[in-house]
Design a protein around this ligand. Structure first.
Ligand code: XMP
Length: 525
């Protein structure tokens, strides 16, 4: 089955912080959906997209504001079910003849409880179940200043909360539904059920599966590439690996992978990647050992941004050189994911501050005049993992913690030397081994050691030591945007520090980093 033949749901984004979560909830229901900003969706787009249902997201605006975001003309005449959430509800009522009032003491932020009205409707199937101990009311997550004060003609009220008399409303005849709260967040425990009811009422078959995606992606890659050659920059991370295996399945040896070893990889990492791709998958692979080039250029450099930019620039140069050596590749494969593609709605229009210059191969395609092959563009990270499993990649590989493009360079604050990198590699391996032995690896988003730019005095046996100090970091996170430090037990920390100092010459002190993000970042630089 092709993706174009799937039932498609359109999410019109009005700028909510949590719009992506709507897509997540729908994908979990095997429903194919896309998020598009309200100001990019016009009538022509609506007809071309041909959604089977539409969702209006929440958003920070007020329908009273000048130039308030509005849904596209004609959306209510498509004849498909529509669900409005928070601002989506307000704008729906506003457009269809209801009324919205400004906050004035009726704003609600955070947890609230909705109770049912005598009118029942299958959109609330599984809600207000008096046997579940909630006493017939449901917890929901509210975040609104304005509220609906009069519903549009044809709508009924299905649920109310103290400050939202129209918390859940429906126009059963037209299949329009509108809620004041956010069913997509975990703090609305039955929110997923509401989405399930909505897509069931809209007639979705739930046909968006990884098996279908794989077949369709292979067909599309073949169509796009024909008998041309493709190169793929392999980092050893999950995204580029899944992309490479998928493309190889589609076009075989028309694909060549380039693995740039910048000398900043973890212990045994280069060998693992090369063995897996060359020997297990028989994918043509160039292993570009360019450690002398990178480490030479980084000599004496201690500024984090200069390090990142140096690595980024050299990476592009090296990649380009090897791509040329293959000769005649017209396509460049990248493991771009859906969150990188979603165009965000900007109300302020201002640029955001650069915290770190992230390293990626962006800039390459324009420079090299190549076309892109991006078979993961429609997927979220956990879907990429599911696709990796579908393709038979080992779980040990798919479940690996993220590793940054600039590698150990940003775990070695201050000047980078080969000696420090060697100590860091060995210490990191002991730390990760400890985490695995204690069965904690999969609970942690990312764990690593960093070597600090200082030496401290210690005593070992009867002798004085003057060696490096090491910081251990481990965080939990959902997307890397925010993170909490992982609460290891003191026993674990003590045992790990002892093992590192005993097994790794050059370290005599170990710290554990208890900073969350924000205010810290995950990496040290
Ligand atoms: P920070 O340190 O910004 O990291 O909190 C968030 C996540 O991004 C990873 N990271 C990078 N990944 N290129 C990458 O591919 C980079 O330049 C880069 N810098 C940080 C980091 O490991 C964490 O998962």
């Amino acid at each position: 089955m092709t993706q174009d033949a799937h039932d498609r749901l359109l999410i019109i984004d009005f700028g909510s912080q949590v719009t992506q979560l709507i897509a997540r909830r729908l994908r979990e229901l095997n429903v194919y959906c896309e998020i598009h900003p309200f100001n990019k969706v016009d009538t022509a787009f609506l007809h071309a997209f041909a959604p089977k249902a539409v969702i209006f997201s929440g958003g920070p605006a007020s329908v009273f504001a000048d130039g308030a975001p509005m849904p596209p003309a004609g959306v209510f005449d498509l004849g498909v079910p529509i669900l409005g959430i928070c601002y989506g509800q307000q704008v729906m009522m506003h457009c269809l003849g209801g009324k919205v009032e400004r906050g004035h003491g009726t704003a609600e932020f955070g947890r609230a409880y909705v109770t049912p009205t005598p009118t029942t409707h299958p959109i609330l199937s599984g809600w207000f179940d008096t046997d579940d101990g909630a006493g017939g009311r449901e917890q929901v997550w509210m975040s609104h200043g304005d509220h609906v004060s009069e519903i549009a003609p044809g709508f009924q009220v299905l649920g109310t909360s103290p400050n939202a008399p129209f918390a859940i409303t429906a126009n059963p005849e037209r299949h329009f539904y509108a809620v004041q709260f956010h069913p997509e967040v975990h703090h609305t425990p039955k929110g997923a059920q509401l989405y399930e009811n909505f897509v069931r009422l809209a007639g979705f078959k739930g046909d968006w599966t990884m098996g279908a995606y794989r077949e369709e992606a292979i067909r599309k890659i073949r169509e796009q590439v024909g008998d041309e050659r493709v190169i793929c920059g392999l980092s050893g991370g999950v995204d580029s690996s899944v992309a490479a295996v998928l493309i190889h399945e589609a076009i075989g040896d028309q694909l060549t992978c380039v693995f740039v070893d910048h000398g900043l990889l973890r212990l045994g990492e280069a060998e693992q990647v090369v063995t897996m791709f060359r020997d297990t998958y028989n994918i043509p692979l160039i292993h570009a050992d360019e450690s002398d080039l990178f480490l030479g250029a980084l000599e004496g450099v201690s500024d984090p941004e200069v390090k990142r930019k140096t690595i980024g620039r050299l990476f592009i140069e090296v990649f380009e050189k090897h791509a040329k050596s293959i000769g005649g590749a017209k396509f460049l494969a990248q493991g771009t994911l859906y969150p990188d593609v979603i165009e965000s709605v900007s109300f302020s229009g201002g640029p955001s501050v650069t915290i770190k210059s992230h390293h990626n191969v962006g800039g390459l395609p324009e420079k090299m005049g190549m076309k892109l092959v991006e078979p993961l563009r429609e997927l979220f990270k956990d879907e990429v993992r599911a696709l990796g499993r579908e393709l038979g990649l080992p779980q040990s590989f798919i479940g690996r913690h993220p590793f940054p493009g600039p590698g150990l360079a940003i775990r070695c604050p201050g000047e980078i030397t080969r000696e420090k990198l060697d100590i860091l590699r060995r210490a990191d391996a002991v730390y990760i081994d400890q985490i695995r032995k204690h069965g904690l690896y999969d609970e942690i988003w990312q764990a690593f050691a960093a070597i600090l730019p200082m030496k401290t005095v210690g005593v070992m046996g009867d002798g004085r030591t003057y060696d490096y100090a090491l910081a251990l970091r481990a965080v939990t996170s959902v997307d890397g945007m925010t993170a909490d430090y992982y609460p290891f037990t003191h026993d674990f920390l003590g045992e790990t520090a002892t093992r590192i100092i005993n097994e790794v010459q050059g370290v005599n002190r170990v710290f554990y980093d208890c900073t969350s993000k924000p205010p810290g970042t995950i990496e040290l630089e």
